[in-house]
Design a protein around this ligand. Sequence first.
Ligand code: FAD
Length: 462
Amino acid sequence: TRALVWFRNDLRLADHPALQAALRAGLEPVPVYVHAPEEEGEWAPGAASDAWRQRSLLALDADLRARGSRLQVVRGPTLPTLQRLAAQVGAEAVFWNRRYEPVIEARDAAIKRALRADGLRAESHNGALLYEPWQLQTKNGDPYRVFTPFWRTALGQWRLPALAGAPPRLPAPPAIEGAVSIDTLGLQPASRWDAGFWSVWTPGEHGAHDAAQRFITSACADYHDRRDRPDLVGTSRLSPHLHFGEIAPWRVVNLLDAVPAGADRDVFVRELGWREFAHHLLHHFPHTPGANFNPRFDGFPWAQPSVRQLQAWQRGRTGIPIVDAGMRELWHTGWMHNRVRMIVASFLSKNLRVHWQHGARWFWDTLVDADLANNTLGWQWVAGTGADAAPYYRVFNPVLQAQKFDPCGDYIARWVPELADLPPAQRHQPWTGVMPRGYATPIVDLARSRKDALDALARNGR
Ligand code: FAD
């Protein structure tokens, strides 16, 4: 007898609890992917996520085929599709790994109930997190709102799942009526604006493992010192792989055994901890992708952004070099360095005083690692509206930040070629000399806008 293994954001074969559960139960796994983005509501995947997903699905299908199986791709709606497929292939069970976006959690709970009511065994597993959102709580039984105590508790209860290699062979699944090819899902952008992504990224499980291995053998040993430097390759670049579940976080932690214990390793694991914390918050405070975590900001006088201002920010034409470099890196590669994400988010939400939701939406559409938990946490943290957020008086000075973290302006020169011929020190603030042709003058006065933001924030209360 058979089981459907319903793949979602767990596009891998190793360390796959749902697949393992099917095999353990002695059932023949039938791998399925149901395409129903409209069920994700307001936060249906953006264009960069779609482009990544297309390639990741192809990679998963290739890995399944190499083992004698294949991915059956069907268009939704999900529940009737799973019911139909189960009946068609004579499956007695459906297994999947959990997702934690509020709309998906609710949908999946309803699916589980309905499948069970049909007499099927319906089981979900943890395939994405070191700690599921409900596992850790304060002494009073409340969710955490501050990272440090959350992480202290997490480390105190440290226990990782055992590793499970990809099964070497899988049974050939039966033909499924209505199955379509991945290429027909319309995930690939028609204008191919993603062309630049694929010299930087390799979606899929092999790409994820290679990235993890590269990080372990090169950057990890200097992570503590180099992780804030956008001009160097100092971080793992695992975020899209983790988002799409191409590698399990506990596999990443396990690989760290090859690195000497110490600050680099601890700081890196702590970053994985922020990912855990973000999922904890999203689960317990499901309204926060669309509303301030801190309600004091509900009446905050955000500026009504002009189309010109927003577009200047989105396309990297603000006249502030580090901001423009970051926004162009995002546009061309689908990713931006964390330090620069903080700088561009602070510039938008504080210097331009534009509501953080505008920024979160743009990131959602353009990041290959767009992740509702991490993106919401990141934006609310920088805007000062979030749980455990940056204090209200923290307005990043993009010139000082660039001088500190991109000291020779190499990152700026790479993404803003108009400034590449300037002496390094001038790249951070080209207006101090003769402005190069073709580069914008700043769309806002940094000192003045900083003061205005601080005044507004102080009036809003601390
Ligand atoms: P590394 O430094 O190698 O960290 C390893 C992993 O830890 C990352 O892959 C990621 O999964 C996790 N991680 C690291 N930093 C954070 C963090 N601050 N919060 C949560 N998880 C973290 N990350 C996303 O994955 N998706 C998003 O949509 C996203 N949006 C963001 C928006 C803003 C405004 C900000 C400030 C940050 C955002 N981040 C987001 C967090 C962070 O910038 C990225 O996870 C990180 O840059 C990814 O690069 P890396 O894999 O090389 O990170």
